[in-house]
Design a protein. Structure first.
Lengths: 435, 147
């Protein structure tokens, strides 16, 4: 393991967590009016956290809170101390913004180094990083972590499957970082192109995250590439990838000396005991720029606090089982139906009567939005309708960062075929693993 | 003059879906509506069916209540000899006046006559009619199509 703290006795770990939590609580109380107001409302003072158990007395924070303080309202440091800003697409047009100080970058690099070390990644490795580089935290998160453990990083980013395969083969990639569906897509393309994945490639492990993956998909990747499957979990609001990572025994360990996990009942907000399924909540205890208290991830899972065969004492979280909201994950990108609606509404002349259809094209996700054309929006010309379609597709790409296919449909067909309230049809079952 | 020669055409939005054309024509048949002229434009995913019928008001209400997306357009028609050069002469008049033709379709109206239907941008409709009339081209009155 990268850092001895990962296998430290629980008491030592919890002592560290408590000190850090107390510091973080004082920090946000005194530096961020939003937190001060919330703490005051709930009658909790900055010095009231005397044990880890007191965490549950603190207010919960939501994505909406981040959005309400767009862009830098929840930062505890002035911009001159920020060295990095990432952002994800927002649910109503406004993105969610996260910032990092030099110290935060060190924390991020540390947890990513721990992640990479799950399979002993080091100077002898060539890490092919197919996560998207850019505003999305996936690409740069893995990049810095892999570099930090001394591996040679190939920052290939997403897309261009055939070129990626060529580079992986010629550079002798030993580690692959990508979404699981893209790794399967690469495997299929490689097979079509006549490659023998086990003979021609040297990939020994893969770090897979950003989207859910069934056991079937995991096994398909192990079989196709002959690799060890390592799960990576994270979200930009907490730090990016590196919040938790899978060990070779398949257990997802939360790096809880930096991010304290809890499980709550989504409806009541009450904390649930270990072993109970509920919404995952994180409190960052070492971050400076954007510390966050009890952030509701909306991810549904279960926590277990028991030592692992790998030697780690860190809390184990099960793979995410679902969402407490209507967020969709499309090829690793988070999409909210409200974002789609926002685009439709702002384009003049389109009534927001629509259905989102998710399907697989091969192994990759395909998102279609079926938009009703009514008497008001119907222009009597093929060209005008095609233009409307193009414009919607372009706006979706701008706002959602993904390619959406727009299909213009007659009114009432949507209601007729699926009931008006149903806005989402997800046909992606079993991640398209028919052999 | 515009009022006199303006003809109501119904444009119907159709998804490229099996049976859709059948449903439109069935609805019109059930309402005893006679189609006097038609044209169908299509793209990969959808089409626009354009109809001139004997009773546009009734057709409109029948199709609307059957859930079709439609729009009423004002078009005009000219009556020309069914012989080489007739279409050319009409198009040339419009072209000389810099009038864009959005679309046009035609049918043979009897043994020696052809009827051409034109859709031009509405702000150019008056100019089109005036120019055609001046050029001695015979405009068709709506009565020809309606009951």
């Amino acid at each position: 393991m990268w850092n001895q703290i990962e296998g430290a006795p629980r008491e030592e770990l919890e002592r560290l967590q408590l000190t850090r939590l107390q510091d973080t609580v004082r920090r946000v109380y005194h530096l961020v009016p939003f937190y001060k107001n919330k703490f005051d409302e709930m009658g909790v003072g900055p010095d009231d956290v005397r044990s880890l158990d007191d965490l549950k007395r603190l207010p919960l924070t939501t994505k909406q809170d981040l959005r309400d303080h767009y862009p830098f309202g929840l930062f505890t440091v002035p911009l001159d101390q920020i060295v990095r800003i990432h952002s994800s697409s927002g649910t109503t047009g406004k993105p969610t913004v996260v910032g990092y100080t030099r110290h935060d970058m060190d924390v991020w690099i540390e947890v990513m180094a721990r992640t990479m070390s799950m399979v002993g990644t080091g100077p002898k490795d060539v890490v092919h990083n197919a996560y998207g580089y850019g505003l999305f935290t996936g690409g740069l998160g893995f990049h810095y972590g892999a570099e930090h453990v001394g591996a040679a990083v190939v920052p290939s980013s997403g897309g261009f499957t055939k070129r990626q395969l060529l580079l992986m083969k010629d550079f002798g990639a030993t580690i692959l970082c990508s979404t699981p569906s893209f790794a399967l897509h690469m495997a299929e393309v490689a097979k079509e192109d006549g490659y023998d994945l086990r003979e021609d490639f040297r990939v020994r492990a893969g770090f897979f995250g950003a989207e859910p993956a069934s056991e079937g998909l995991r096994q398909a990747l192990r079989d196709a590439w002959g690799l060890t499957y390592i799960e990576a979990y994270g979200l930009s609001e907490i730090i990016g990838p590196g919040v938790a990572a899978g060990c070779p025994y398949g257990h997802l360990h939360v790096f809880e000396d930096h991010f304290i996990p809890e499980i709550i009942d989504s409806a009541t907000g009450q904390v649930l005991p270990d072993g109970a399924e509920g919404e995952l909540v994180f409190t960052t205890v070492t971050k400076q720029a954007l510390p966050i208290i009890r952030y509701r991830t909306k991810d549904i899972t279960v926590l277990h606090r028991e030592p692992c065969k790998c030697g780690r004492t860190l809390t184990i979280m099960e793979s995410v089982k679902g969402r407490a909201d209507d967020m969709l994950i499309v090829n690793g990108v988070n999409v909210f139906p409200s974002q789609v609606e926002h685009v439709l509404t702002k384009i003049e002349g389109v009534t927001p009567n629509y259905v989102i259809v998710l399907d697989k094209k091969g192994v990759l996700d395909k998102l279609e939005v079926w938009v009703e054309v009514d008497d008001r929006t119907f222009a009597d010309g093929i060209g005008a309708l095609e233009q409307l379609k193009e414009r919607l597709q372009q706006e979706m790409l701008n706002d959602l960062y993904i390619n959406v296919r727009i299909k213009l449909v007659e009114p009432k067909t949507l209601e007729r075929s699926m009931g008006k309230a149903r806005r989402i049809i997800d046909k992606r079952e079993a991640e398209g693993l028919q052999k | 003059m515009k009022k006199k020669y303006g003809i109501k055409q119904l444009s119907i939005f159709l998804e490229n879906r099996k049976g859709r054309l059948l449903e439109v024509t069935k609805a019109l048949t059930d309402a005893a509506i006679n189609i006097r002229a038609l044209a169908l434009a299509e793209s990969a995913e959808f089409g626009i069916l354009r109809l001139v019928v004997n009773n546009p008001e009734k057709a409109k209400s029948v199709l609307s209540s059957a859930g079709f997306t439609l729009r009423e357009q004002e078009v005009f028609a000219v009556d020309v000899p069914d012989e080489p050069g007739s279409f050319y002469r009409v198009v040339r008049v419009l072209s000389d006046e810099d009038i864009n033709i959005d679309y046009t379709y035609a049918f043979v109206g009897g043994s020696s006559k052809a009827v051409l239907i034109f859709k031009v941008p509405s702000e150019m409709l008056q100019a089109a009619l005036t120019a055609l009339e001046k050029a001695g081209i015979k405009l068709v009155e709506p009565m020809f199509f309606y009951d």
